[in-house]
Ligand binder design. Structure first.
Ligand code: DQA
Length: 137
């Protein structure tokens, strides 16, 4: 089974960025734990702050991989283009968030892409990614 994790803008700063909300761990070290946790899964990781690069990655894996775990960061709330890319590919996408977007500012309550996703996992810290991977198994 091949699963692609995609992180959007500012998630390269995990561990340094607003640790009270997003925690103290960077994604690279967490990705190593995920690989140990799921030895049977071929996991790939991609992060970009650029909307078009995220779309290109969705197109690249979207007819080959078995699942995408996607934290689009703030693009979740704004990007029609990423929502359309998710609708246009075959691979199911699970939307994840580290924080519980529903107990934060109102603009974070709206996801442009949720309706095109298989499901949403929000608010479990980095464990949200683990739960999303489990949903594909
Ligand atoms: C986030 C929530 C978004 O609202 C925010 O813009 C992020 C991170 C999360 O993982 O909690 O960048 O997607």
């Amino acid at each position: 089974m091949k699963i692609q994790i995609i992180n959007g803008p500012n998630l390269n700063l995990l561990g340094k960025r607003e640790p009270g909300i997003y925690g103290n761990e960077g994604f690279e070290s967490f990705f190593e734990s995920l690989k140990t946790m799921f030895p049977e899964v071929e996991l790939s990781y991609f992060q970009s702050n650029v909307e078009g690069e995220i779309i290109n990655k969705l197109h690249e894996v979207g007819f080959l991989f078995d699942g995408v775990v996607m934290n689009a960061g703030a693009y979740t709330h704004t990007s029609v283009a990423i929502a359309d890319a998710i609708a246009g590919i075959k691979t199911p996408v699970v939307e994840v968030h580290i924080s519980n977007v529903y107990n934060r500012e109102e603009f974070r309550h709206k996801s442009m892409m949720a309706k095109n996703c298989k499901g949403i996992i929000t608010g479990f810290g980095l464990k949200s990614y683990e739960l999303a991977i489990r949903s594909f198994l």
